[in-house]
Design a protein around this ligand. Structure first.
Ligand code: CP
Length: 307
């Protein structure tokens, strides 16, 4: 059993809970690689996937995880719903809950929505990404991938490169990795970096070579191209030259260091195609780990006997 009742973020989640989720995910990973991929861990439970923002990986892997656990998934998308008629988030959730559901997986553009839902909903809430705040299952699957590829977590050096300021993935990874004794360096244009990294227990740099030279794992973040006119970075071309991981920069990485990206990737912007598709890239392994991670989170939170 976990100490947490909901998964709202990794901030404040204890090491024991994170390790329990990772170990459970490893078990599910084995099951997913076996002939019979179905378990009955959540048989009879109904899970609503409430996505107010677009998603490919997170939504599909949550739904697949629910099906592998024998739960009943219900998918809600804003388009085609009564949100277009002005129905509020609270009314939407209360109406769905009146249909007797057990869990809600929620993605929303506003930070804090998952926590808000816990104030009036009896369902177990899982955050699938809220605004700039957190994306905890992404960080858990990232950490699972690192442990699987490198065989350890304590003392592992991770460089996260990109738009840290607006990245819920970076934020969840920092909380989770620091709890597990990993070392994190954040890199990007100064406008994308936190003002007080010491409060997070991380280092920062604007020099990509400094970030990658000691890293065991290098994680690129999607440059949010919608920010082009905000003045936060000079141009996509300059960003690519300074911060994009290409073959030349990759040669400066440690020999066994892995390359990660939560997706979706901007090829030829934050990562060159040759790098994204090379043998050191674990980007698709991350996606595979995502199903097992989400099975672990769903079963541990949705079922007191979660395995
Ligand atoms: N990594 C991630 O959250 O991808 P999606 O937006 O496609 O779910």
């Amino acid at each position: 059993m976990l100490k947490i009742q909901h998964l709202l973020g990794l901030k404040g989640v204890c090491k024991e809970d994170i390790i329990k989720i990772l170990d459970t995910a490893d078990n599910y990973y084995e099951i997913l690689n076996s002939e019979n991929k179905i378990t009955d861990s959540l048989k009879g439970k109904t899970v609503v996937n409430l996505f107010y923002e677009n998603s490919t990986r997170t939504r599909i892997s949550f739904e697949l995880a629910q099906k592998r656990l024998s739960a009943n998934p219900l998918n809600f998308s804003v388009s085609g719903s009564s949100v277009s008629k002005g129905e509020t988030l609270k009314d939407t959730v209360q109406n769905i809950e009146a249909m007797n559901i057990d869990m809600i997986v929620v993605r929303h553009s506003a930070s804090g929505v998952p926590e808000f839902l816990t104030k009036f909903s009896k369902a177990t809430i899982i955050n699938a990404g809220d605004g700039f705040n957190e994306h905890p299952t992404q960080a858990l699957l990232d950490i699972m991938t690192i442990r699987q590829k490198l065989g350890r977590l304590e003392g592992v050096n991770v460089a996260i490169i990109g738009d840290i300021l607006h990245s819920r993935v970076a934020r969840s990874n920092v909380w989770g990795m620091k709890t597990l004794g990993m070392n994190v360096i954040l890199c990007g244009p100064s406008t994308f970096l936190p003002q007080h990294p010491e409060l997070l227990g991380v280092k920062t740099t604007t020099d990509v070579n400094e970030a990658i030279e000691n890293a065991d794992a290098v994680m690129l973040l999607r440059l949010q191209l919608e920010r082009q006119d905000t003045g936060l970075f000079p141009s996509v071309r300059e960003y690519r030259q300074l911060f994009g991981l290409d073959v030349e920069k990759m040669k400066k990485m440690k020999e066994n260091a892995i390359i990660m990206h939560p997706g979706p990737i901007n090829r030829s912007v934050e990562i060159a195609s040759e790098v994204a598709d090379c043998g050191r890239s674990v980007i698709l392994d991350q996606v595979t780990c995502g199903v097992a991670t989400r099975m672990a989170v769903l079963s541990l939170l949705g079922n007191k006997e979660g395995k």
